[in-house]
Design a protein around this ligand. Structure first.
Ligand SMILES: [Zn+2]
Length: 452
């Protein structure tokens, strides 16, 4: 009897970095202090036994979430976003620097965002900073204040207060970020290529697709790879949509260029051929491409060229999605899916021969490492006791109105998804989204237990 444990969770199926096993996990002071490969290995006064159809997974770390708070709280806010996260098995989100006002491009903006988030966090929250023209001097202070890295755009971001970097500004930012071994995360579409593409007007999805060609993505990623090669700056490609870039990423990595990449559930689920005209809930940038492209992205995950899957949850109000006119030219580009990411990915992954251990690697372990959150993303001793209890064979039909997102718009509406999240645990306690929020604000951690 190990009386010094606060709680023991026993599971017939549990996903650890070594794979899937039966097991029990011992928790003390919010940390995992013991992991035993047998369900009977540990005990204490409080023992939680999972049902036979449930799997103990590491909590999802969604490293790409636009919360938009403060400033555009009607699009999404910290309370609604983190409730949705908790309902979807997500125990940590990392908030993007833009669409909030002000964007997180200097210390006062980070302080304001942290103050705003602190009292409404149902899960833990980390923060990305922003790299925009003229803020190079703000990057090191933001890094020292604990942001996970810096996001930049290479074309108009969708909001005027977060302008893109041109080629010279990009190199300048990368040299600065390399000087403190920081991380640059890039929305990689080339402004020039998009300017010359056909305009995205009207309700035809095919026309919208042609307005954001693969070539624009390919060109931008080639530029980022070469700059990373010259400057040594660690870089990460956000929301890879064009499968053409997989060979480029693999080649860069073979050469030792410090680069990682993510894709999103919508690129792995939907296909351009099946998107109805006028269905602007599917609009995101870069766009959802053809079914054959989708299958190559899955191959990219299989080959390890794509490291992780994150949602890029980027909602707006329904009027800005132009659902009434269905005009892809004016609709906000962003897909709402924070609560659905885990089951959306599992639904598609299981039919392609992947396991829950693969899903945990893509959605928990890799994004935690990427965001510098060393105590997150794994069921392993020394990590935070953050869990998703998933019933992988159970399924549900998505009803947008019943999700905890602030706005009831998502392309997953009406879709049947496999994998029901029955419970979500944060630092050793089951999350209750009706009680007081227990989430904490996170800083990047450079080594086990040490603040930067
Ligand atoms: Zn985004």
């Amino acid at each position: 009897m190990t009386r010094d444990l606060d709680v023991v969770i026993r599971a017939a199926r549990m996903v650890t970095p070594e794979g899937e096993t039966a097991g029990s996990v011992g928790v003390r002071d919010g940390k995992i202090v013991a992991v035993e490969p047998a369900a009977t290995g540990l005990t204490t006064d409080r023992v939680v036994e999972l049902a036979d159809d449930e799997v103990l997974m590491p909590g999802v770390v969604d490293a790409h979430v636009h919360v938009n708070d403060p400033g555009r709280t009607e699009w999404e806010g910290f309370a609604s976003a983190t409730r949705a996260a908790a309902a979807g098995g997500v125990t940590t989100i990392v908030d993007m620097p833009l669409n909030s006002i002000p964007p997180t491009c200097d210390l006062p903006a980070l302080d304001l965002k942290r103050k705003t988030a602190a009292s409404q966090a149902f899960v833990d929250i980390g923060f990305w900073g922003g790299a925009i023209p003229g803020n190079v001097a703000e990057l090191r202070p933001l890094h020292e204040a604990g942001v996970s890295g810096f996001k930049c755009f290479l074309l108009h971001s969708g909001v005027d207060e977060f302008p893109p970097l041109d080629a010279n500004e990009l190199e300048l930012a990368m040299r600065e970020i390399a000087s403190f071994d920081g991380l640059l995360i890039v929305h990689a579409e080339d402004a020039h290529a998009i300017e010359h593409a056909p305009e995205a007007a009207g309700g035809t999805y095919d026309r919208f697709l042609h307005s954001r060609p693969r070539g624009a993505e390919n060109l931008a990623i080639a530029q980022v790879i070469e700059l990373a090669r010259w400057t040594g700056c660690r870089v990460h490609i956000l929301h890879v949509s064009s499968s053409d870039v997989l060979a480029m990423l693999a080649s860069a990595r073979r050469d030792g260029v410090p680069i990682t990449a993510e894709t999103c559930p919508h690129y792995l689920t939907f296909a351009a051929e099946e998107i109805p005209d006028g269905a602007t809930q599917y609009k995101c940038c870069p766009p959802i491409r053809e079914a054959a492209n989708r299958e190559l992205l899955w191959q990219g995950l299989r080959d390890g060229v794509i490291d992780m899957v994150v949602t890029d949850h980027s909602p707006s109000t329904p009027d800005l999605k132009a659902l009434d006119t269905g005009d892809f030219g004016v609709a906000w580009g962003g897909i709402s899916s924070l609560q659905l990411g885990l089951s959306a990915v599992w639904t598609e992954a299981r039919g392609r021969g992947f396991s829950l251990a693969d899903v945990a690697r893509w959605m928990s372990e890799a994004p935690a490492r990427h965001a510098g959150l060393r105590t997150k993303g794994q069921i392993a001793v020394g990590h935070d006791a953050d869990f998703a209890v998933l019933a992988p064979e159970d399924s549900y039909v998505v009803d947008a109105a019943k999700l905890h997102h602030k706005n009831a718009v998502t392309p997953y509406h009406g879709r049947t998804l496999a994998g029901v999240v029955r419970q979500t645990w944060l630092r050793g306690e089951k999350i209750d989204i009706e009680a007081a929020p227990q989430g904490r604000l996170l800083s990047r951690v450079t080594e086990e237990g040490a603040r930067p």
